[in-house]
Design a binder for this molecule. Structure first.
Ligand code: PLP
Length: 378
């Protein structure tokens, strides 16, 4: 059996290698490493992939997912004195960019079963300074967008979706499924190598249906430049390079197939682990599909770390995403949010365990992992 990894990019290269190498060598030949033709081509291809029939979603590539979030807030004019609502249980980027821009963070608790922001907690987080809600579609599954969008409509707030872990997943609307990242005002994603659509370095993108906003985001990502040496906004330098765009162009046509393979691995884990009484398998929500960026268990009765050690002894990697909620992190803590403020997020930090998850998990590997877990629980 091939040694297990959380994410196995070697196996990906066995499958997609020739297409990826062809793209890379084309860039080496034309040497336009910045703003080469691959960048616009990829933006168009991702726009075609995301756009619902009869609509256009603009895609602005950028340097990474964290920059995508920063560009979104900058383009919406959110700055000092403003606040944004962010889930307490997620990766740091969402809160980090807000604070870098002098924007206050209002935390909200998450669901203990699907890990996403709880819409019923929005009212308590709201203040008149709040300008936007930033829901994160955590682990590959949609946040409950309808009540979030409804709350935003009532209060006149922007919605910026963090889709870094769920690119290709959908939200079920009455008009049919819609790709995550295209429901709010702006969507932000990352192409970090381990994401569902990853490049071989850093990369990210911002999406919006609003053409004016798209133009502004494009400008801000390019030093606030309108025409050559005409700087109309304070901007940043945030680019996806041509090599990364070429790699993404080769991989994008396979995204749905890769996500389906992840889902099959998720189904296998569910079938083998659901009956274990000390484990809670991840909820599949009714309002969208799950593309399993992570397969995240909740381990009950304080056994998480012991299970992780047991797996490690069997050479099975398992990760804790995330060990501490953001409101209790040294850099983000404040007297306003003492321990106990967000019981679900705080409980999850002690219970969650993510198993190896990528599109090329073999049945032999899945059997080995789940058998080791069964043995742990006797
Ligand atoms: C990965 C990730 C990011 C940041 O992406 P980078 O490309 O690493 O900057 C932001 N939000 C979430 C939820 C992520 O998983």
């Amino acid at each position: 059996m091939k040694p297990l990894k959380m994410v196995d990019l070697e196996l990906e290269q066995r499958f997609l290698g020739p297409a990826i190498e062809k793209g890379i060598f084309e860039v080496l030949r034309h040497t336009q490493f910045i703003r080469g033709p691959e960048v616009a081509k990829f933006a168009q291809a991702l726009s075609d992939y995301l756009s619902p029939p009869g609509e256009k979603v603009h895609v602005i590539p950028c340097a990474n997912g964290t920059d995508a979030l920063q560009l979104a807030l900058m383009a919406l004019g959110i700055g000092p004195g403003d606040e944004v609502i962010v889930p307490a249980f997620t990766y740091v980027s969402t809160a980090e960019v807000a604070r870098l821009l002098g924007v206050g963070v209002r935390w909200v608790d998450v669901s203990p079963s699907h890990f996403n922001l709880l819409p019923e907690a929005l009212e308590a987080a709201y203040t008149p300074r709040v300008k936007a809600i930033v829901p994160v579609h955590l682990f590959g599954q949609a946040a409950p967008m309808e009540p979030i969008l409804e709350f935003a409509r009532q209060k006149g707030l922007y919605v910026v979706e963090d889709v870094a872990q769920a690119l290709g997943a959908s939200y079920y609307t009455p008009q049919g499924p819609r790709k995550l990242g295209t429901l709010g005002d702006i969507g932000c994603t990352s192409f970090f190598p381990s994401k569902n659509l990853g490049c071989y370095g850093d990369g990210g993108a911002v999406f919006t249906r609003n053409a004016e906003l798209a133009e502004k985001i494009t400008r801000i990502a390019n030093h606030g430049q309108s025409t050559l040496y005409e700087f109309v906004d304070i901007g940043v330098n945030s680019r996806l390079d041509s090599l990364q765009a070429a790699i993404l162009l080769a991989k994008l046509p396979y995204l749905d197939e890769m996500n389906a393979r992840r889902r099959a691995a998720g189904d296998y884990y569910d079938a083998r682990l659901k009956h274990l009484s000390d484990l809670i398998t991840p909820e599949r929500v009714s309002w969208g599909d799950h593309i399993f960026h992570q397969y995240t268990l909740r381990v009950q009765r304080g056994q998480r770390d012991a299970l992780r050690a047991h797996l490690q002894a069997a050479h099975i990697p398992a990760m804790v995403y995330y060990p501490r909620p953001l409101h209790l992190q040294p850099a983000y803590q404040s007297p306003e949010y003492p321990a106990g403020s967000f019981p679900n997020a705080e409980k999850l930090a002690g219970e969650v365990l993510s198993l190896p998850m990528h599109p090329f998990l073999q049945e032999e590997q899945l059997d080995y992992i789940t058998t080791a877990i069964e043995h742990f629980f006797g």
